[in-house]
Ligand binder design. Structure first.
Ligand SMILES: *[C@@H]1O[C@H](CO)[C@@H](O)[C@H](O)[C@H]1NC(C)=O
Ligand SMILES: *[C@@H]1O[C@H](CO)[C@@H](O)[C@H](O)[C@H]1NC(C)=O
Ligand SMILES: *[C@@H]1O[C@H](CO)[C@@H](O)[C@H](O)[C@H]1NC(C)=O
Length: 223
């Protein structure tokens, strides 16, 4: 993968031309560092977040049925995505020549060759320790990595992310909208009290980036 191509994906995620993205561009996107430079093979993609990038996590994790019309335009069935077609992360996968990401919580025939998706619809950054808040997703990742490497040391290597995959992977975090929503409800739509809470959301995201970098060995984190 080339440097310019990585930049393209970063731009895709937060296209400033799209009005809808403006807010998130400024509020949430504060860390894009160490974009991978050169690699002959596709990188793995490791994703954390909410419904924006949930490829079936909420369905696998809670059993909440998400059938048609969700998925109607592309998959022609409900896939657990809260949308009719593909999500931005699906287009990322296509662009990077990866198969669509399996949710971490998918018990039935997951395929983690391309990476793994910890995103669950409705997820928030605060409070911690509740399913499936960002800190829980990061803990799941640390377990996932540990267990994947352990299994591979026993010789099981099918459909799994390997050491290099974790090291050179692209880590993405797309979260925060539900925190704002909850804060809006709690404050009867008052701007000031919502704005006051935003730093605590950002602090959680910052912590997640640190943990993923320190414990996970990640070098490339996009938020
Ligand atoms: C798993 O995904 C990889 C590519 O990411 C693909 O080559 C492989 O065929 C998939 N395996 C199964 C069993 O679907
Ligand atoms: C996985 O976790 C166990 C116990 O928590 C630890 O002993 C082991 O070193 C870890 N393995 C890796 C590859 O991080
Ligand atoms: C929000 O509005 C409701 C109904 O008007 C009121 O009962 C409640 O106390 C308000 N909450 C806050 C946090 O202002």
């Amino acid at each position: 993968m080339t440097k310019s191509r990585s930049r393209t994906t970063a731009t895709l995620l937060f296209d400033p031309k799209k009005k809808k993205n403006h807010f998130w561009f400024y509020v949430i996107s504060f860390a894009i560092f160490n974009i991978p430079s050169t690699s002959s093979t596709s990188p793995t993609l490791i994703n954390f977040g909410d419904s924006n990038s949930d490829t079936g996590g909420v369905l696998a994790g809670t059993g909440l049925p998400i059938g048609l019309p969700h998925g109607i335009t592309f998959f022609h069935r409900g896939t657990g995505r809260l949308g009719d077609g593909r999500l931005i992360i699906d287009f990322f996968c296509e662009e990077l020549k990866l198969s669509y990401l399996s949710p971490y919580l998918e018990a039935l025939a997951p395929n983690f060759t391309s990476g793994v998706n910890f995103a669950v619809s409705g997820a928030t950054t605060v409070p911690q320790f509740v399913p499936f808040a960002l800190d829980v997703q990061v803990r799941q990742f640390i377990h996932f990595k540990n267990r994947s490497l352990e299994l591979q040391s026993f010789g099981k290597i099918e459909k799994m992310v390997d050491e290099e995959g974790f090291r050179k992977g692209i880590y993405m975090i797309d979260i925060g909208q539900n925190d704002i929503l909850v804060a809006l409800y709690q404050s009867n739509l008052t701007y000031k009290s919502v704005a006051q809470k935003i730093p605590s959301f950002l602090a959680e995201i910052k912590l997640a980036i640190q943990d993923v970098r320190d414990d996970g060995g990640a070098r490339n984190v996009l938020t």
